[in-house]
Design a protein around this ligand. Structure first.
Ligand code: NI
Ligand code: MN
Length: 237
């Protein structure tokens, strides 16, 4: 699996030649100025919740690529009214099997409304299962005991967790989350984009290290191959 970071909470994950794009917020993000929007591939666009810093570019990328929008019912209907006609509405707890992967909608503790005030349903995260390994994309969330269910039900090879604090969990809670999901290989998201979520990366990395966990801060525009990860190595005893 190839993972590309587009800044903030936006990742592209390539699974079996299909491109999954999570929470596109690129064109309004000054830190992601180097990303060329027209080069972003998407067969599926997964949206965790309706906040602008997660959906800003969803409409335009869906229009250009014809990608299927995967999100909660309310968000799918919002974009359906704006002319996006390929979508898969879900809600928390449900799973969908698509070519090459299965995706489950899981709980997130947060809020969800569009910039124009439209209700955006419940916020969520996604667990994606493939025969190359499974991963968890948490969206914006607090630490929650529900994460234990993810660790009990799936072998998670790696997880994207928010660590910027203030609007989501911070470093200490993210470390606790690694125990709940039984995954020690974490990719950081939702930090540094705004003043309120600026973090000290060295301090965070050190805190993870002290607990024998790993956190990866990807460069914006960087692609990493997670295919070679033997995910057994990342399951804690
Ligand atoms: Ni949010
Ligand atoms: Mn956010």
């Amino acid at each position: 699996m190839k993972v590309t970071y587009y800044g903030h909470s936006c990742f592209g994950v390539e699974v079996k030649g299909k491109h999954l794009l999570f929470d596109p917020f690129i064109s309004p993000n000054p830190l992601a100025m180097g990303i060329k929007m027209e080069n972003i591939k998407a067969d599926y666009i997964l949206l965790s919740h309706a906040h602008q810093d997660h959906v800003a570019d969803a409409h335009d990328i869906a229009k250009r690529t014809g990608a299927m929008l995967i999100s909660n019912f309310e968000i799918c209907m919002y974009y359906a009214k704006k002319g996006i006609n390929t979508f898969r509405p879900m809600n928390i707890g449900g799973s969908v099997s698509l070519p090459g992967f299965t995706v489950q909608s899981v709980n997130a503790i947060h809020s969800s409304s569009f910039d124009d005030g439209t209700y955006g349903g419940n916020p969520g995260g996604f667990v994606v299962c493939t025969d190359e390994g499974n991963f968890y994309y948490a969206g914006d969330t607090a630490l929650t005991y529900d994460m234990k269910l993810i660790g009990e039900s799936h072998k998670i090879a790696f997880a994207m967790l928010p660590i910027g604090d203030n609007f989501t969990m911070g470093t200490a809670e993210a470390i606790k989350a690694t125990e709940f999901i039984k995954c020690r290989n974490i990719i950081a998201m939702h930090y540094d984009t705004f003043d309120l979520i600026k973090i000290d990366k060295a301090k965070t990395a050190h805190a993870f290290e002290k607990k024998n966990k790993e956190i990866t801060f990807m460069e914006i525009g960087e692609t990493k191959d997670f295919f070679e990860l033997k995910y057994d190595e990342h399951i804690m005893q």
